[in-house]
Write a protein that binds this ligand. Structure first.
Ligand code: CA
Length: 232
C-alpha cells in the first residue's frame, strides 16, 4: 500500500484554502492548513509534510521569508509557491530561494495536481515506483539490490539502486547530473560531484547495458545530462 502523502496548504484567503483542501482530499492526500506565515512556521515545526503549497503573499511572515528560513534550517520538504499574476520577479526569486516549483494564480486545479504529482515523483522516487518495478528489460528489486532479466541476476549497489529508482520515476525526461547528484547523494553539485556521478553511471552501464559504449537504457543527452526512455 502506498502511504498517503500529506500536504500543508499555506494560504491566507480562506476560500482558496478550503477549495484546495477539498480538491486535494478528493484526490487522496492528507491536508493541513495554515492561514498565515506564523501559523505555517508553527505547524511545520510540529509535523513533517510531504509537500507544502505556499502562497507568496501572506500576512505576518511572507512565503518568501518562510521558504528561505526553512531551507536555511535544512528543511528539505518540497515547496510549490503560489504566486499572483504580475509577480514576475518574485517568481524568479521564488525558485532561487529554494522552492521546487511555482504556479501562477489563477491556476486550474488539474494543473496544480499535475505539478504536485511531478514534484512528489521527483523528490520521492520510492513513492512513484515502489520497491520492485520494471526498468528496461530488468525487474528491479530495491530491497534485495538485484536487477533480474530471465535467468540473469545482477547485483547492484545501494547508490546504483537509487539511481535506477530515480530514472524509473522520471522516464522520458532529461535529468542533469546536477539534479541526479542532488537527488541521489543529497548534495549540491561540485567538481567532485560531476566525477562521482559520471563514475557511477559508467559502472551501472557496464552492468546493465549490452554495450556500455553505446548505451540504450540510460542514454547520454549531450550537454544536458541523461535520459531513460520508457516506451510503455
Ligand atoms: Ca495571499
Amino acid at each position: 500500500m502506498e502511504k498517503k502523502a500529506h500536504i500543508l496548504v499555506v494560504e491566507d484567503e480562506q476560500k482558496i484554502r478550503s477549495a484546495l483542501r477539498d480538491f486535494l482530499e478528493f484526490h487522496g492526500f492528507g491536508v493541513s492548513e495554515a492561514a498565515d506565515g506564523l501559523e505555517a512556521q508553527r505547524v511545520v515545526a510540529e509535523k513533517r509534510f510531504d509537500l507544502i503549497l505556499l502562497d507568496l503573499m501572506l500576512p505576518k511572515i511572507s512565503g518568501e521569508q518562510l521558504c528561505t528560513g526553512w531551507r536555511r534550517e535544512g528543511m528539505q520538504t518540497p515547496v510549490i509557491m503560489l504566486t499572483a499574476k504580475g509577480q514576475g520577479k518574485e517568481k524568479v526569486t521564488g525558485l532561487n530561494l529554494g522552492a521546487d516549483d511555482y504556479i501562477t494564480k489563477p491556476f486550474s486545479l488539474e494543473e496544480l495536481l499535475a505539478r504536485i504529482k511531478a514534484v512528489l515523483r521527483r523528490t520521492d522516487p520510492g513513492r512513484a515506483v515502489g520497491q520492485t518495478f520494471k526498468f528496461a528489460n530488468y525487474d528491479i528489486d530495491i530491497a534485495a539490490l538485484k536487477a533480474k532479466h530471465g535467468s540473469e541476476e545482477i547485483e547492484i549497489s545501494k547508490r546504483e539502486a537509487a539511481i535506477i529508482q530515480y530514472f524509473a520515476a522520471n522516464p522520458n525526461r532529461v535529468i542533469s547530473r546536477e539534479e541526479l547528484y542532488k537527488q541521489v547523494w543529497n548534495e549540491n553539485m561540485s567538481e567532485l560531484g560531476t566525477r562521482t556521478t559520471d563514475m557511477h553511471i559508467a559502472k551501472l552501464r557496464s552492468k546493465i547495458e549490452k554495450n556500455s559504449a553505446d548505451p540504450q537504457i540510460i542514454k547520454t543527452v549531450r550537454g544536458a545530462g541523461y535520459k531513460y526512455e520508457n516506451e510503455q
